[in-house]
Design a protein around this ligand. Structure first.
Ligand code: NAG
Ligand code: NAG
Ligand code: NAG
Length: 421
């Protein structure tokens, strides 16, 4: 069991560090990943929503909503209905756009840079009606109509459920409020859940287009570095100490003691240099602002379910885009009617559905080879409906936090979205 768990641990570790980049080694050596500098925008108190934080004081209107999923999770959603100066163009019927974060992050992740660099605020200033999602399990979406996040059954989901329940619920809600089709911008896992849902025909009637930043659909090319480091670094004891050795659903809290201990133990192993392994795993982000990284460490990373990390590691191991594998044929038969989990077939995405895809040359999670695989699975897509941007020196976190993302990526997202009107 521990042998088959370690890729998920490695992946969890990897995902955790990929956004914080090289600072993780610093944080760990100081004994706490969260005990880092202050200044910059103010993080919201744990009880307040995202609207209570920084960007209201930047002069934007902000509204908080609760959206209940079909399986009972209560998700926090923010709306920035207009630009700072009130208008931003777009008239009364502004185009709604949903912004979906990746794994181990939440909606705050988009708001950590100075306001003129943050994607949601840029879109608002350009006349969009901006909605920000927060996936189940993250700080403001740790609620359920009957389950308690302190219990295992609250965490009994993988990213399949984000695609099946979270994204559709939020889109239904926005559609109910606006009566319009919605544009979608996702990063990392936020691209995967959209692709998966679209391939099952789920979002097709609600979505107008999708911009996918650091897209993830295939993770095969992560296996080599992960495997090497995992083989070097993991022992059954550490797997146990991180509490991930079982298939029991569980919270994966990157700020929690067990995960911190796990990372500490990993970095203490002779021959393991966290600094180097981070670079080896993630690629090096080109353009992060130190203050933003400090703020990220203070307010993010956010919890997810261990099943989500196990599911991602299955993608890396098996090289296919499929539903969660229960690991026991009988369980798969029980859940899916087949010993193998059903695949998400991306060629089912309507060929005339407008897609913008932006990926980086140094992104070790969304590796260029895996992106090529993704593009190959979309090869029948209408030529005019698929736009691809390649940013040579970008790694995974640059797409949400780089100081120049506004000019390099968001300007392209904007013109793509404006073309859909
Ligand atoms: C980095 O962030 C700080 C704090 O938000 C800000 O004052 C500074 O202008 C940023 N630097 C760049 C290059 O954007
Ligand atoms: C998790 O959900 C599965 C069904 O998908 C169920 O068989 C299992 O008992 C659940 N486990 C917990 C701890 O709720
Ligand atoms: C995916 O669907 C296409 C038709 O839309 C089919 O030709 C192809 O075989 C399917 N791939 C898989 C892996 O099922």
């Amino acid at each position: 069991m521990s042998a088959s768990s370690f890729p998920s641990l490695a992946l969890g570790c990897f995902l955790l560090v990929l956004v914080v980049g090289l600072r993780v080694a610093d944080g760990l050596s100081r004994g706490s990943m969260l005990d880092v500098g202050s200044g910059g925008p103010v993080a919201p108190p744990a009880t307040a929503g995202i609207c209570a934080s920084s960007f209201v004081t930047y002069g934007y209107k902000c509204q908080e909503f609760d959206v209940v999923t079909q399986d009972g999770y209560i998700l926090s959603v923010q709306r920035i209905p207009e630009g700072r100066t009130g208008g931003g163009g777009g008239g009364t019927n502004k185009q709604p756009v949903l912004i979906q974060h990746g794994v181990l992050a939440d909606g705050m992740t988009w708001l950590l840079n100075p306001p003129e660099q943050d994607l949601p605020l840029i879109l608002a200033d350009n006349g969009f009606d901006v909605w920000i999602a927060n996936s189940r399990g993250t700080r403001f979406s740790r609620r359920h109509t009957s389950l308690d996040p302190a219990n295992a059954d609250f965490w009994n989901w993988s990213w399949d459920e984000l695609a099946q329940f979270d994204v559709p619920a939020v889109l239904d809600f926005i559609h109910g409020k606006t009566g319009q089709k919605i544009d979608y911008v996702g990063h990392s896992l936020g691209t995967l859940v959209a692709l998966a849902a679209l391939s099952e025909g789920k979002l097709v009637d609600k979505l107008q287009s999708a911009a996918l930043l650091s897209p993830i659909a295939y993770l095969s090319h992560m296996t080599t570095p992960l495997g090497v480091v995992a083989a070097k670094s993991f022992s059954g004891e550490m797997v146990k100490s991180a509490g991930l050795a079982k298939f029991d659903p569980k919270e994966f809290d990157p700020k929690g003691e067990s995960v911190a201990n796990f990372l500490q133990a990993l970095c203490d192993i002779p021959g393991v240099n966290c600094y180097d392994s981070v670079a080896a795993f993630t690629g090096i982000n080109c353009c992060l602002n130190d203050s933003t990284v400090d703020l990220f460490l203070k307010t993010e990373p956010q919890p997810t379910s261990t099943k989500t990390l196990v599911h991602l590691s299955q993608m890396a191991r098996y090289g296919v885009l499929a539903k969660y594998n229960y690991g026991i044929p009988g369980f798969n038969v029980m859940h899916y009617g087949d010993v193998r989990p059903p695949v998400y077939n991306l060629s089912n995405i309507p060929r005339d559905f407008p897609i913008f895809l932006s990926h980086g040359g140094r992104d070790a999670l969304s590796d260029p080879k895996d992106v090529r695989h993704l593009l190959d699975s979309l090869k029948l897509h209408d030529v005019g409906k698929l736009t691809v941007q390649f940013v040579e020196n970008y790694a995974h976190a640059d797409f949400i936090m780089a100081v120049n993302a506004k000019d390099i990526v968001y300007s392209q997202v904007l013109s793509f979205l404006k073309n859909q009107r």
